[in-house]
Design a protein around this ligand. Structure first.
Ligand SMILES: *Cc1c(COP(=O)(O)O)cnc(C)c1O
Length: 356
């Protein structure tokens, strides 16, 4: 029996995407060859890459000023690549520190230029999104982590600023509409909300580039990948293809505004179950709660292993919290079906009735 997959990442993909991906591995669209054994310069793969680049533009209404790229190296490579390409030695990178991923981005940027952490929620173990801070007007960019996968917080609105933002959207890309014009770079490792591990979607404002003097290795230069349409070298063909299948699935389901509505109703159900059962507690205040990763703990530590057992017995997988936070984390990405949410909520209510 297929399990209810609440894993934080690599994470759930739509069932039909998995079926189509599996079939393309043996025979891509009936051409008599596997997707994995054709040239990345073949007309078939060129069409895949073109559509995988065009669909994000359509779904997020990306303006002409921005390019869409598929890069290797995971979101973690974007931590340094963004700074290497944008941050001059006499520039300023402003960062909001909302968790482990932000902290990693900050550490990497420091190798390239001055960095200022303008706000942090580290004082309360990253359980909230900072508010009421000043952003230096001379900053080259403001880096934000839009959704904090580990701590279960999310920017419900982005900071009011005219400084271009660089955003790590690894765990909430395509979960809601965006004003892309406000961003210098958006990057997202595919394996949370888009596809398999192995490629990172990058949306980049072309005017941000060419302003630093340092030498940038060819593969680490965004301009290379813009000039060569994400095919300077052999791109990760399978991850890109699966991203394309997911993008088609999003388009087929009415686009990101419909996805946002369905995400909101899924998240509401999970948080209501946490809030109405005194055995459970969400450490994040309502206004900062993530629509993608609902983090919760048991009030009584003895209930922790018992609840985990009950989840296992009900085919619920991947619900254990990150090792740095403990407790539980229900990752409820775009592809999470309502029926799995309903199973989780029922298990929570039932557990609370028995042990409350
Ligand atoms: C998972 C995650 C990353 C790391 O992604 P990799 O592709 O493994 O490098 C970075 N940022 C956020 C917000 C994440 O959730």
């Amino acid at each position: 029996m297929k399990k209810h997959n609440f894993s934080a990442g690599p994470a759930i993909l739509p069932a039909e995407v998995l079926t189509q991906a599996a079939s393309a591995v043996t025979d891509l669209d009936g051409i008599g060859l596997s997707l994995l054994e054709i040239s990345h310069r073949s007309p078939e793969f060129k069409a895949i890459l073109e559509e995988a680049t065009a669909l994000p533009k359509e779904l997020l209404h990306i303006p002409e000023t921005h390019e869409v790229l598929y890069l290797p190296g995971g979101a973690s490579s974007q931590f340094f690549m963004a700074a290497m390409n944008l941050l001059a030695e006499d520039g300023l990178g402003a960062y909001i520190d909302t968790g482990s991923w932000s902290a990693k981005a900050i550490k990497e940027a420091k190798a390239f230029g001055p960095v200022e952490v303008v706000a942090s929620s580290k004082d309360k173990n990253y359980t909230y999104i900072p508010k009421g801070y000043q952003i230096p007007q001379d900053a080259t960019y403001l880096h934000v982590t839009s959704n904090n996968t580990i701590f279960g917080t999310q920017f419900s609105a982005f900071p009011e600023t005219n400084i271009p933002m660089v955003a790590d959207m690894s765990s909430d890309i395509f979960s809601r509409p965006l004003d892309v014009s406000r961003f210098g770079i958006i990057y997202a490792g595919a394996q949370k909300n888009l596809g398999p591990a192995g490629t990172t979607l990058v949306i980049i404002h072309k005017d941000m580039l060419g302003k630093v003097k340092r030498a940038i290795p060819t593969m680490l230069n965004y301009q290379t990948h813009i000039d060569k349409g994400s095919a300077f070298n052999t791109p990760p063909v399978f991850p890109i293809y699966v991203c394309l299948l997911t993008l088609r699935w999003i388009a087929h389901h009415g686009g990101v505004s419909e996805i946002q509505k369905s995400n909101a109703s899924k998240a509401t159900k999970v948080y209501e179950a946490i809030d109405r059962n005194p055995l459970f507690r969400c450490p994040v205040p309502k206004e900062d709660r993530s629509q993608m990763n609902a983090v919760f703990v048991t009030q009584n530590s003895e209930h922790e292993s018992l609840f985990l057992e009950k989840c296992k017995a009900n085919n619920i997988s991947g619900i254990k919290g990150h090792r740095s936070v403990g407790g539980f984390r229900a990752s409820i990405y775009n592809a999470m079906p309502m029926e799995s949410i309903d199973v989780l909520v029922e298990v929570m209510d039932d557990f609370a009735n028995k042990h409350g």
